[in-house]
Design a protein around this ligand. Structure first.
Ligand SMILES: CC(C)(COP(=O)(O)OP(=O)(O)OC[C@H]1O[C@@H](n2cnc3c(N)ncnc32)[C@H](O)[C@@H]1OP(=O)(O)O)[C@@H](O)C(=O)NCCC(=O)NCCS
Length: 273
């Protein structure tokens, strides 16, 4: 996922009322793929060279990937206000899905739509016998980390340094595009407990990695970018060390001031917790 949404922990409810009932379904028509392309441009503001072209959305929908759309409004006037793009992957003979993009139009965020589209992706994947979905996310993104780890139940135990190089998207704030790899073991007891909002077994937290709420502001201004880079560099070292010790990201805390904290412990493969 190319995720980097500069959203400070203000308004936790959508800033605008959804324009009517929202339907989440597969995109099929070419104009729907073009609408996804346009929303990609609106959300990430990439240069043309970095935009994923319409043809990849078309191909992804034909080769076992996913192009999922959130459509709001009444029958005659349906507006695409969110999308998810996933590509089929293969590792050690196992097929899985790599979810490259998840986006919701700014004014409709924090209303649960992001999570609903992920649940739709999961349903479709499990129906096709696919149990693993992966995506990358910017570990400096407090909201995305909270959504991925706490609201969806993903884990992380791989860190990719500067995965895309310096990107043209202002959301990256001119920082190296470091990414954590989210692993969503969609049939695991952990994910089932999280999605059912059922209690999950406590794990022994063996490491904590902090992200200050100021990171959004620091990234957004040239004068303070060095402070954001310092946090990224420090945390990069800490993730590398923790993962080298066999730890995994299993929890995420956010406090009332909007600060974020990764909680790392031992992911028990057999227990799937
Ligand atoms: C990421 C994105 C798709 C999420 O969509 P969304 O519809 O806003 O997500 P949801 O409403 O389902 O969930 C967001 C959760 O994060 C919480 N949240 C919002 N801002 C937050 C913040 N700054 N810090 C911590 N949590 C935050 C919300 O409260 C909500 O949790 P809750 O349901 O417990 O209240 C959307 O923000 C987006 O398009 N971002 C830009 C593109 C991007 O970064 N995509 C990659 C994602 S890895």
């Amino acid at each position: 996922m190319t995720g980097a949404g500069t959203e400070a922990p203000s308004g936790r409810t959508p800033s605008e009322k959804m324009p009517g009932p929202v339907t989440i379904r597969k995109c099929e028509a070419l104009r729907e793929m073009q609408a996804c392309f346009a929303l990609q441009k609106e959300v990430w503001k990439f240069s043309d060279a970095e935009l994923i072209p319409v043809r990849i959305f078309v191909v992804a929908s034909k080769i076992g990937g996913q192009v999922i759309g959130a459509f709001a409004g009444t029958d005659d006037k349906k507006e695409l206000i969110g999308f998810a793009l996933a590509l089929p992957g293969m590792r050690n003979g196992h097929s899985y899905l790599h979810s490259q993009m998840l986006a919701v139009r700014q004014q409709y965020r924090n209303g649960g739509l992001g999570r609903r589209m992920k649940l739709y992706q999961r349903e479709d994947a499990l129906a096709r016998g696919i149990e693993l979905m992966e995506w990358t996310f910017d570990p400096l993104e407090i909201k995305n980390a909270y959504l991925n780890i706490e609201k969806l139940g993903a884990i992380a135990r791989r860190y990719s340094v500067d995965q895309y190089g310096l990107t043209s998207s202002p959301l990256q704030g001119g920082l190296p595009s470091d990414r954590l790899v989210a692993e969503w073991w969609m049939k695991s007891k952990r994910v089932e407990a999280v999605l059912a909002e059922a209690p999950r077994p406590k794990f022994e937290c063996r490491a904590r990695i902090d992200v200050p709420a100021e990171i959004y502001a620091w990234k957004a201004a040239a004068a303070t970018r060095a402070q954001a880079l310092a946090v990224q560099t420090r945390n990069r070292e800490r993730f590398h060390q923790a993962f080298a010790e066999g730890l995994s990201v299993l929890g995420y805390e956010r406090d009332a001031n909007g600060n974020g904290r990764f909680l790392l412990g031992n992911w028990d493969e057999s227990l799937q917790y």
